[in-house]
Design a protein around this ligand. Structure first.
Ligand SMILES: C[S@@+](CC[C@H](N)C(=O)[O-])C[C@H]1O[C@@H](n2cnc3c(N)ncnc32)[C@H](O)[C@@H]1O
Length: 226
């Protein structure tokens, strides 16, 4: 395992599967997207984890689902939990270059994964390549808003605690930057929201936020390939 990877370990994967369900309040952002774009779609779930969202995609009419995650433990859970089938695959992908042809997917969903990705710019370029023209990407991710004084914290590791049960390291991603990277990759931004963290999927320790004066929230970007 690459020591710099933020892919979930076996221990974290087991805890994640225990404390999450197939629908969480925070999934409302993805549901809104699926109502518009899910029907008859081939969806790529980037950072799919244990395939927790696959049933939601099916509920909104997706016909084919490809889930990818760098954590072999999370992908193993997707199989053990019977979340895969002939039309639903889950595979370990670590490379910045995805093994899919240009214009393969109708939609790309990435839920709470981009804040683990070091080079979001390169990743967004690759996601743009595999998306069909007219296709849409939705990315929901942890958003760290900085004062200029704390600019040096960008993309640095940040502890994230889920329901007081497990801790993982994520990166302090600035959603504004990610939005610019999506535009540089070729996407047209259809929606960009920085949301206060009203949705309780996870919490960042208050002490960290106070000490570093970084505001943590959730961002949602909806972006289209022309
Ligand atoms: C909070 S979980 C979200 C899983 C799933 N999308 C969901 O909504 O339940 C974050 C996932 O991001 C994955 N991850 C870590 N580094 C990543 C990377 N560089 N690219 C894509 N996913 C990554 C982790 O292994 C983990 O499965």
């Amino acid at each position: 395992m690459n020591p710099h990877s933020l892919a979930y370990s076996k221990e974290v994967a087991t805890a994640y599967a225990r404390i999450t369900t197939e629908e969480l309040p925070a999934d409302v952002f993805i549901q809104d997207f699926l109502k518009q774009h899910g029907k008859n779609a081939h969806i790529l779930d980037f950072g799919c984890g244990d395939g927790r969202l696959f049933s939601l995609f099916t509920k909104y009419g997706a016909t084919r689902i490809t889930g990818i995650d760098p954590s072999s433990a999370m992908i193993a859970h997707a199989h053990e939990l019977n979340r895969t089938s002939d039309s639903v695959t889950a595979e370990v992908q670590t490379a910045a270059t995805l093994p899919y042809g240009d214009a393969t997917f109708d939609c790309i969903v990435s839920n709470f994964a981009l804040h683990y990705v070091k080079d979001t710019g390169a990743t967004l370029k690759e996601l743009y390549r595999v998306l069909k023209p007219g296709g849409t990407l939705v990315a929901v991710f942890g958003d760290a808003q900085f004062t200029d004084r704390h600019d040096a914290l960008r993309d640095t590791p940040l502890p994230l605690i889920f329901k007081n049960e497990m801790q993982v390291m994520t990166l302090a991603k600035d959603a504004e930057r990610v939005r610019e990277e999506a535009q540089s990759a070729g996407f047209t931004i259809e929606a960009f929201h920085r949301l206060p963290q009203v949705v309780s999927i996870a919490t960042v320790p208050a002490t960290h936020v106070e000490r570093e004066n970084v505001t943590i929230g959730i961002a949602r970007i909806v972006a289209r390939k022309a």
